[in-house]
Design a binder for this molecule. Structure first.
Ligand SMILES: Cc1cc2nc3c(=O)[nH]c(=O)nc-3n(C[C@H](O)[C@H](O)[C@H](O)COP(=O)(O)O)c2cc1C
Length: 228
């Protein structure tokens, strides 16, 4: 029996069950073509995100963020999109985290959404900047109280001696700030300003649709089809 704090081991595959190398599915839900897609990638993204939300896919707002450290090693983690418009795509985090340090040294980053049930992926690349202090304050103050205290309690990405550190920090900052924690100076938003978007729609026989949008000097977008 699984003890508290552990999860049950998954049953072991037998010789009659599939190996992971045999796991595959055919993508047949939809198509993406030049005629039906938007000329502006932001509009295409808006349409697909709204469709993902309407389809009730799990965590449609979760995106993978890739950054590159000064030693040129890439790393990824998931963050939540909190806004998007013609200025870029916004998320919030700890500026002293690993991703924060990597973005301080190299502002180029990539984002990826995978909406499994819709057989869709969006990839976005560009340069990242911090959002204004006012924008970070506004979002911070809209968060639930425990999340605001949590921003103080967690020295994100640092090694801690145990979970008790977080619990003690949360109690300490909860008592200090009561119902009005200010935004920590090390916490706020980033905005990625896209210069490259890719939209992937799974298709039958691995002949998937891929449309890439590349920012042009005049501010327009070049739309091209990529081989899958
Ligand atoms: C669904 C999901 C959403 C998350 N959203 C955020 C977020 O918006 N901001 C954040 O800092 N971390 C978020 N995290 C945690 C990050 O994935 C990551 O563990 C953390 O930011 C530390 O990353 P780093 O050490 O690479 O900086 C989220 C994790 C998951 C699974």
């Amino acid at each position: 029996m699984a003890s508290a704090g552990t999860i049950k081991a998954m049953s072991q595959p037998t010789s009659s069950t599939l190996s992971i190398a045999d796991l595959r599915k055919s993508y047949e839900r939809a198509e993406l073509n030049e005629d039906a897609s938007q000329a502006d990638p932001l509009k295409q993204f808006d349409q697909w995100l709204k469709e993902a939300i309407a389809a009730e896919v799990p965590e449609p707002n979760a995106m993978t963020l890739a950054t590159v450290a000064s030693n040129l090693r890439p790393s990824t983690r998931i963050v939540l999109i909190k806004g998007y418009d013609e200025h870029g795509i916004t998320w919030f985090t700890n500026y002293d985290s690993r991703k924060g340090h990597e973005l301080a040294g190299n502002p180029y980053a990539a984002l990826q959404f995978h909406w499994v049930e819709l057989e869709r992926v969006v990839r976005i690349e560009g340069v990242v900047e911090k959002v204004s202090a006012e924008e970070s304050d506004t979002y911070f103050n809209s968060r639930p109280l425990d999340s605001r205290i949590g921003a103080w309690a967690s020295p994100q990405s640092e090694v801690i001696s145990g979970r008790s550190v977080l619990v003690a920090n949360a109690a300490k900052y909860g008592a200090k700030f009561l119902l009005q924690p200010p935004r920590p100076p090390h916490w706020g938003g980033y905005r990625l300003m896209p210069d490259n978007w890719q939209f992937w729609q799974g298709r039958k026989s691995r002949l998937h649709d891929r449309l890439r949008y590349t920012l042009q000097g005049d501010g327009g977008w070049l739309r091209e089809r990529l081989a899958p």
